[in-house]
Design a protein around this ligand. Structure first.
Ligand code: NZQ
Ligand code: ZN
Length: 396
């Protein structure tokens, strides 16, 4: 096992920690652009509160409040031009993953003076522009889901071409993030559910897609999965359950901060497939993952069966010694699917109004954007176009 791991984000975690936004930001810069979504931070009063905390600490503010879920390259370019013209010296992403990702992309585009899509790998025919600089970034998550608060990635959608792809660079780690679980109590039941599935997927993807020997990482993954499974139903039943919200926020931050997946090869096939679905149909990221997840598991389990047996044993305490290997594999997947149904996070493509019309187009996009010149995407069982289409069909 060989890997490098670095995470340069200082995470300030806990209920009430939002109060530190002003004093901490004053150490980063003098004039912040707050990048946020269209409505939730206004409705909850968080935007006003953030502005006051910043102004009271001597930090000037300017607001860009036009970020849509699945943030679009054109919107980011607009925000970046405003930053440049107004002398903002750092960017604060206030909101869900979309606002946080947008803030990172704005920090790059404003600093380099480029269009954000020019930095993004969108197929073997185009070499993306280097990220050579970025304004300092601060993030304040209001939704437990993406883990953007503790990583150097942003996922951007090109609405014209219906492509969705990540930009990942060390300069895009937030300088600090304030993860205050109390800010998530207003998240709707649906987005809470989608966020929980997203967190599980972040530690489950390479758990299954790699065949490396990574026992510590496996224990990390299983810990995050079990913690989300215990607390997601509570947060969905009662949005004000601060203990449950706290655990979900902590799982979100830990899941994609780098340490859990260190040393694992394989890939993120579920995410790559989902990105095509939300690029074409603009559905919630977590909902798309929930739709595809059990089918990807079932389709690829036979190439990594021991990991699925381990999943049945360590997540569901199944007595796998008394079963054949095939039965243990099936049992783990069936129990997970059952948990999804019981919790209310099991959906089909038809549930969100998607039919087979674009399966081919989406499969082509996935191979082009994530195959890096190959005609498949990496996984324990590499997925070719026909495999991707089959998984979509299973999810109908
Ligand atoms: O848009 P606003 O008005 O802010 O409302 C949002 C949006 O409608 C609302 N919301 C957020 N916080 C709330 C709230 N409503 C009430 N109370 C609150 N406290 O929730 C809706 C969804 O928000 P969004 O930010 O889109 O959701 P999420 O956090 O799931 O982010 C999804 C985006 O992140 C990308 C996804 O692809 C998608 O574009 N991802 C980013 C990753 C990363 N940077 O590491 C990794 C992920 O795998 C993911 O791909
Ligand atoms: Zn995700």
């Amino acid at each position: 096992m060989k890997f490098q791991w670095a995470n340069t984000t200082r995470v300030i975690f806990g209920v009430g920690e939002i109060e530190r936004l002003g004093e901490e930001s004053a150490r980063i810069g003098k004039h912040a652009m707050i990048v946020t979504g269209k409505s939730s931070t206004k409705k909850t009063g968080l935007l006003d509160k953030a502005v006051k905390l910043l102004n009271d600490s001597g930090v000037k503010t300017m607001i860009f409040d036009k970020i849509e879920p699945n943030p679009r390259a054109a919107t980011i370019d607009k925000a970046a031009s405003i930053v440049g013209n107004n002398g903002c010296d750092f960017v604060i992403g206030l909101g869900g993953g979309s606002a946080m990702d947008a803030s990172k992309a704005v920090a790059v585009a404003a600093s380099v003076g480029s269009k954000i899509w020019d930095h993004i790998y969108s197929g073997p025919d185009k070499t993306p522009l280097d990220v050579t600089s970025a304004l300092p970034i601060v993030t304040v998550p209001t939704l437990a889901a993406t883990g953007s608060e503790a990583n150097g990635g942003a996922v951007i959608t090109n609405w014209k071409t219906k492509e969705k792809a990540p930009l990942i660079h060390p300069l895009m780690f937030p300088r600090f993030s304030i993860v205050d679980p109390a800010l998530t109590t207003t998240v709707s039941r649906d987005y809470t559910a989608d966020g929980g599935v997203d967190i599980i997927s972040h530690v489950m993807e390479s758990y299954f897609s790699c065949t490396d020997y990574t026992p510590l990482q496996d224990r990390f993954s299983e810990g995050v999965i079990r913690t989300v499974m215990d607390h997601l139903p509570r947060a969905m039943a009662n949005g004000d359950d601060i203990e449950a919200r706290t655990q979900l926020s902590w799982c979100s931050t830990v899941a994609l901060c780098g340490i859990v997946n260190s040393g694992r090869s394989g890939g993120f096939p579920l995410h790559w497939m989902e990105h095509a679905v939300s690029a074409h149909y603009d559905i919630s990221h977590g909902r798309g993952l929930a739709i595809l997840m059990p089918h990807l598991m079932r389709y690829t389990a036979e190439t990594n069966p021991d990991k699925y047996v381990q999943f049945a044993r360590n997540i569901f305490f199944a007595d796998t010694n008394t079963m054949s290997r095939d039965d243990a594999v099936d049992a783990g997947i069936a129990m997970f699917e059952e948990w999804m149904k019981k919790t209310g996070v099991y959906f089909t493509l038809s549930d969100v109004g998607i039919d087979s019309e674009k399966f081919e187009t989406m499969a082509d996009d996935i191979i082009r954007l994530y195959g890096h010149g190959n005609d498949f995407i990496p996984n324990a069982r590499p997925l070719y176009k026909k495999d991707i289409i089959r998984i979509f069909e299973m999810a109908l």
